[in-house]
Structure formats: structure tokens, C-alpha cells
Design a protein. Structure first.
Length: 336
């Protein structure tokens, strides 16, 4: 009879074998809720049970994890580092134990995990949500946000069902698959009451003198993976950056009542114009076409549920229609 292989004491595998994996879900609840009481409610267990779980986790990690600060709790530095990793671990564990040989979209209760920028969520989220709800009413969708200042999200792609990002990404390797979804183009946005907004047009000389609001700018000379920053780096001048923000949807807030300017995806600009007093103007400098794609690990190729998800994502993208036309922006934009 074949003898089981011994696991060296002190190895990662030894520690995993000795860990009570039932603590994984309470750990996520504790780090997310930052409260034993709320974590217990979220998990549907008693407060003493959750307190016991916290004590076991503190013993395992040799760390307090939660530190009382007045009437609330703060996360320790280790707990902050664990937060995203625990969410990923829970997602992977769930996908392992909910996998089935057969798949029925009408009855599946699987939680699908996708990662995208706030731009993608704003212009694509509604169509995707409708498509999932229409075809799989009991399925759940988790949408994580990409911080385009970081390249580390590429390394965690295996823990998600997919990432929606531009075709220029830090993803590399033969284990990655990609399917194109939709296109967009870059435009300039300004406050509608600004001089440029009132004039209704820009000339190249204007851009070098204006102050910019830039999403995901490093503020250094090092190359950036952020699409907007990559476009600005190709302009024949050094942009004067007035505001750096970690997101696209909040850009109009930093244009309001100023003469600042920003690059923005036209689909998003058109959507935000309904709630923000912005003017959308053609960019007088050449810019690359925006191509959004779904990226996933090839080890998910044979997963029937994942194949269904890919089909639904592509169907939702098709419902967006073609990319905006340059003719859609008049020389003088009528603003709200």
C-alpha cells in the first residue's frame, strides 16, 4: 500500500494542513466589519462564537488583527495586508466547492468575480448587470475596482473570473486569454462655464498652458500603466498637473468652476454630462483608440460556468453598440 508523503514541519503546506479552514469566512467578516458583533451578525453566529474565532486567529497569526480605538476597532498593519488576500481566498474556496459537472444558468447560485476600473463599471456595468439578471436570476456578481496606479492586480488574476481592462495591460504569459469587448475614444473635458467650454473648441497651444486633472498619475517620470497618463506622455509638451485622482468618475468634480482640463473616455464623458456641467471637446492632439477586453486565465477554459460568464460578458458588450463617432461632438457644445 502506498504510504502518504510526509509534510515537513514548518513548511507552508504543514501550516495549511494544521489550519482550521472554517476560520477563513469569520476572518473575512472580522476584517470587513471591524466589529465582533457585526461580524457575528454577518456570519449568522453568536457573538461568543465569533469572539472565539478571533482568539484562534490571533493565536495563529501572532497578531491582534483588530485593535480597539475608542468605541471602534482599527485593523493592524497585518490585517490591512490580509484584507484583499482573504477576499480572494474566499472566492477561490467558494469556486472549488460550488463546481459541478453540469451547469444550469437558471438555477446557479455561483458568485462570479470580475475586476474593472470605475470607467468600465460606469459605462458597462448596467448592461452587464441586466444580462446576468436576465439569464441567471440567482447568480451573484462581485465587482472589484482596479487601481491603475498598481500593476499587482495582474498577478491576482487567477483568483478572479476575469478582468476587464484595455488591450494594453501588464498581463503577460501564455496562460492568459483575451476577448475584445468594446471600443471608445479619448476626448477633452472642461467645465462648461470655463473659457474653453464657452469657446467650444481647443487648439494645440491651449493644452500646453492649461492645468490638468489626471486619473492615476504617479507624479513621477517613471512609465505608467494608466491609459490616460500614457496618452498624455505622448503629447509634445509636459502637462501641468494640478490634481491627481484615483478614479475617472470623480474627475468632473475637480473641473467645476475652474479652467482645468482632463482627458476622458467619450462614453463616460457623455454619461457624466447628464449630471455634471461639463463640455466635451475633441482633443487637438492624436490619441490612441481605446479597446476594452475581457482577460482570464486559461485554466478556466473548461469550466462550463466560466464559459457561460464569458458569453454573457460579450453579449452585454455587444449591446453597447459601436464606439462613439467623432461627428457626435459639435464645434460648439450645448451644455446643461
Amino acid at each position: 500500500m502506498r504510504q502518504p508523503k510526509s509534510v515537513p514541519p514548518g513548511s507552508d503546506r504543514f501550516r495549511l494542513a494544521s489550519l482550521n479552514l472554517n476560520l477563513l469566512s469569520p476572518l473575512e467578516a472580522l476584517l470587513t466589519e471591524r466589529s465582533v458583533t457585526r461580524a457575528a451578525q454577518a456570519e449568522g453566529v453568536s457573538q461568543p462564537t465569533m469572539s472565539s474565532a478571533l482568539q484562534q486567529l490571533r493565536l495563529y497569526f501572532s497578531d491582534e488583527l483588530l485593535i480597539r480605538n475608542g468605541n471602534a476597532y482599527d485593523l493592524t498593519p497585518l490585517a490591512i495586508r490580509l484584507l484583499d488576500k482573504v477576499a480572494l481566498a474566499c472566492a477561490v474556496t467558494s469556486s472549488v466547492f460550488t463546481a459541478h459537472r453540469e451547469f444550469s444558468a437558471a438555477t446557479t447560485m455561483r458568485e462570479f468575480h470580475l475586476v474593472m476600473s470605475d470607467y468600465t463599471a460606469a459605462v458597462f456595468g448596467e448592461a452587464l448587470s441586466r444580462e446576468i439578471a436576465r439569464t441567471a436570476p440567482y447568480a451573484r456578481l462581485y465587482v472589484g475596482m482596479i487601481n491603475e496606479l498598481e500593476t499587482g492586480y495582474a498577478a491576482s488574476r487567477r483568483f478572479y473570473d476575469g478582468t476587464i481592462a484595455t488591450t494594453w495591460t501588464p498581463f503577460t504569459g501564455n496562460d492568459i486569454a483575451m476577448a475584445p469587448l468594446f471600443n471608445d475614444r479619448w476626448v477633452c473635458v472642461v467645465d462648461a462655464e470655463s473659457a474653453a467650454g464657452q469657446a467650444g473648441l481647443l487648439v494645440p497651444e491651449d493644452l500646453a498652458c492649461m492645468r490638468w486633472v489626471v486619473p492615476f498619475s504617479r507624479g513621477t517620470s517613471s512609465p505608467s500603466v494608466a491609459p490616460a497618463v500614457r496618452q498624455l506622455s505622448r503629447f509634445p509638451f509636459q502637462p501641468i498637473i494640478a490634481v491627481q485622482v484615483e478614479g475617472y468618475c470623480i474627475v468632473p468634480d475637480f473641473l467645476k468652476k475652474t479652467d482645468r482640463i482632463a482627458l476622458m473616455q467619450e462614453r463616460l464623458a457623455q454619461k457624466l454630462q447628464a449630471v455634471a456641467n461639463i463640455a466635451i471637446l475633441p482633443c487637438p492632439h492624436p490619441t490612441d483608440e481605446i479597446e476594452e477586453a475581457l482577460w482570464w486565465s486559461k485554466d478556466r477554459e473548461s469550466d462550463l460556468e466560466h464559459r457561460w460568464l464569458r458569453e454573457r460578458v460579450m453579449a452585454a458588450a455587444a449591446s453597447l453598440g459601436p464606439k462613439p463617432s467623432g461627428n457626435a461632438i459639435p464645434d460648439r457644445l450645448e451644455t446643461i
